[in-house]
Design a protein around this ligand. Sequence first.
Ligand code: AMP
Length: 193
Amino acid sequence: MASIKSVCVYCGSSDKVRPVYLELAEALGEELAAREVRMIYGGGGIGLMGAAARAAHEAGGQVLGVIPEFLLAKERMYDAVEHRVVQTMHERKQIMFDESDAFIVAPGGIGTLEEAVETLSWMRLGLHRKPMAFLSTDGYWAPFFDLIDHIVAGDFTPAQFRDLIIDARSPEEALSALEASAAVAEEAEGIPY
Ligand code: AMP
């Protein structure tokens, strides 16, 4: 059975969000550490990014942050963990992708959405079979799943693709579903293009 050793976390950088989101990010960081899964993320010390990374690190987990130089101050790089400073957003995303076996998308904004959708689009193109879970306790991502259903209903994307995207209500559920999905992906045929 495939085993997930590193998970890339895409999540928001805003500090202004409701505490429930920051608490979810902390719970995610703690769960990754408890499972000895390395957390790969965007390197910031703010918002859900900072909350998840701090929680994972303080619980004894391994964390890698990847941050472009021009965001060092803006996203207040969390330097208590291993980090790489790169030049461009593209380099950041490529390293985050390469270092990870799977992805968790916690609540976030445009940046989070962009990262998640790019990785999903690479999956759609058959470039990888690393599983992805969207995580929220309050249906934060429901409008995103509605959009995917709308796209499937319009025959722009096959329904099998929707079935690959995990909708998780807790960090435990997300990680267990990613493990199961990675094991299935090893056996599965690709989705018809
Ligand atoms: P947000 O969800 O907008 O708070 O952004 C979350 C993270 O995504 C932040 O670290 C942003 O710097 C990052 N981000 C935003 N746009 C991009 C992009 N085009 N490529 C890579 N990372 C991005």
